[in-house]
Write a protein that binds this ligand. Sequence first.
Ligand code: ADP
Ligand code: MG
Length: 251
Amino acid sequence: MTISLEELQQQLRTLRLAETATYLPSLIQQAETQDWTYRTFLNQLTAYELKRRDEKQIEKRLKWASFPFHKTLDTFNLEEQQSLGKKQMNQLKEFTWLDQLYNLIILGPPGVGKTHLATGLGIEAIHQGYKVSFVSMGQLIHILKTEEITRKSQTKMKRIRESNLVIIDDLMFMAMDAREANLFFHLINDLYDKASVILTSNKGPNEWGELLGDPGITTAILDRILHRAEVVHFKEDDSYRMKHRSSIFME
Ligand code: ADP
Ligand code: MG
């Protein structure tokens, strides 16, 4: 008695090979038309399931990361600015710094591509197997303050704590009160020997103090962030928005 295709698919689903179950008819057809050996057939089947699992894992991680937009490094134009060279970009893309728990600080005025670069690195890191979380500083403070209260904040905080790379966008945009600075310090402290952090900011570390309020906390946060850190500093004249804006004046 030969087993029907539907029954085979059902068995694959029971074995939690749902992707392969869907693909099975096409796989069997290819095997028949191309006279595959048993071994080739089985290998095609397992390879397909593994490939789909990888793809789904990446999709899931991209969703979890919650990037503000899907902009990759491929569309990040290095010619537009002088602050980051091709060699440095390639080093960033290799993610040795991530394995070594280095932090990356991206500074510069609005519109120079800080968020684009951070997001592009985050997306690339996910494709290379890392877990990434993206959060704006404003969101982060809100999430930290409501972690005990709302499930949504709890879930997001859990993902942040499990990430290999945490991107905190637009740091120090707003002044923090003592409780907020304290919560932020605890997070940075927790991440210190577990994950890398990318911080973007339009203000340099020398100005972070006044926005964090407490000098003791500021020093403690800076210590941890800057202990192992690389800085990319975009300048005013790197501004992509400025150069690509539509203008009412003729050149
Ligand atoms: P910032 O976070 O520094 O304010 P963004 O990353 O939001 O700036 O960049 C502003 C806009 O300009 C985005 O649409 C971004 O994709 C684009 N942009 C900035 N720099 C570059 C670049 N070097 N190559 C391509 N696009 C860029
Ligand atoms: Mg930005």
